[in-house]
Design a protein around this ligand. Structure first.
Ligand SMILES: Cc1cc2nc3c(=O)[nH]c(=O)nc-3n(C[C@H](O)[C@H](O)[C@H](O)COP(=O)(O)OP(=O)(O)OC[C@H]3O[C@@H](n4cnc5c(N)ncnc54)[C@H](O)[C@@H]3O)c2cc1C
Length: 326
């Protein structure tokens, strides 16, 4: 039985980006531990494309009650397929769903858990998995080597590259019988509110313009939206800005928000707390606009502009428009 297990999702007929990132970690472990890779799917979705990534088996639990996410029911199904798969290392994305399920799953399986992992490899001599995660708000890295299996792991999105196809596809699908009942669900969905998103997704954007407390209020984001539009990018925010309710929490970048890895990251009115910087370490060029020349953000920025953003952004937007021909 393949011992490396990935909780996967299929989007528009292909593995989601987070699934491919998990498969990168899975491929590394599989090589070192001499184990196979399996994927668990909850609900429908064509599994065929997964086999191109060295996946030996897809364990699927299909049930009408898995159509909408409900933690108790998902957990029951996930526990069942993970046990059927004989999983020793269980990799989940560190997105909101993975974070919701991982600790409960570890408890149910009597497994260890390592969360927020940013690097996965194999420890040399003993051939054990080695997981790296940020510690002290990103100031240090902790390396964790589990002493026993099973172990549940959440991988911070956008920290590993998506897997490349590996070898000839040769996997098979194994349906897992599951009986679920609404009585097993301790919560129920009362309303689903679809957040309006336009343009490019924050995690996929090649340019991100983020705003912080220094903007002074929600209206400050109007200029950021204009700049992001010219750069064909997306707008992000610091936790101070999302906590203040100026913009939705889905825009938060950082340790407890999204990890972004754009070509260009512009931080406007953001001081550069380690928890914010933890989410932008993959950015190729960081530009900081801040009124305080001593702001820590200038220590990580490649380019810095000291001054009031209200004075700096309008001419910057005009110049970018001119250069981009828009
Ligand atoms: C467990 C934990 C997790 C956290 N996770 C996150 C996270 O994921 N993401 C995150 O962002 N934070 C996170 N935080 C919060 C983090 O520690 C900081 O409090 C937060 O990032 C500060 O946001 P800020 O930089 O917008 O605000 P501030 O630190 O208040 O900085 C505002 C900046 O704006 C500048 N400024 C003021 N006026 C202007 C102006 N007119 N023009 C230009 N610049 C101006 C100031 O000089 C200052 O540098 C976390 C904290 C904890 C404890």
């Amino acid at each position: 039985m393949p011992g490396i297990f990935v909780l996967g999702t299929i989007e528009n007929g292909i593995p989601s980006r987070s699934t491919l990132e998990l498969l990168t970690g899975a491929q590394r472990l599989a090589g070192g531990l001499q184990e196979g890779v399996s994927v668990g799917l909850l609900g429908p979705g064509d599994a065929a494309s997964l086999y191109r990534y060295g996946v030996e088996a897809v364990y699927r639990a299909n049930h009408p009650l898995l159509k909408e996410y409900q933690a108790d029911l998902y957990l029951l199904a996930l526990q069942r397929i993970a046990q059927t798969a004989g999983a020793r290392v269980l990799l989940l994305s560190g997105d909101s769903l993975g974070r919701d399920l991982a600790a409960r799953l570890a408890f149910r399986l009597k497994a260890g858990i390592v969360t927020d992992v940013i690097e996965i490899d194999i420890e040399g001599s003993e051939k054990m998995p080695r997981f790296t995660r940020p510690a002290y708000g990103g100031k240090a890295a902790a390396v964790i080597i589990p002493k026993r299996f099973p172990v549940v792991v959440t991988l911070k999105p956008r920290t590993l590259d998506p897997a490349a196809p590996a070898g000839k596809p040769k996997g098979k699908e194994i349906p897992v019988e599951i009986s679920l009942d609404l009585a097993q669900a301790r919560t129920r969905m009362v309303e689903r509110v679809q957040e309006e998103t336009t343009g490019v997704k924050l995690e996929d954007a090649r340019a991100v313009v983020s705003g912080g407390r220094g903007l002074g209020g929600p209206e400050g984001f109007t200029l950021l939206v204009q700049l992001a539009r010219v750069l064909k990018g997306a707008v992000g925010a610091s936790r101070a800005a999302t906590d203040a309710g100026w913009v939705p929490s889905s825009m938060q970048v950082g340790q407890t928000g999204k990890t972004v890895s754009p070509d260009l990251y512009i931080a406007v009115g953001i001081s550069g707390a380690t928890q914010h910087v933890a989410g932008i370490s993959g950015a190729k060029t960081i530009v900081a606009i801040n009124a305080d020349p001593e702001a820590p953000i200038f220590k990580v920025a490649h380019l810095g502009i000291v001054g009031d953003y209200k004075a700096i952004l309008p001419p910057l937007i005009a110049k970018c428009r001119e250069l981009m021909g828009s």
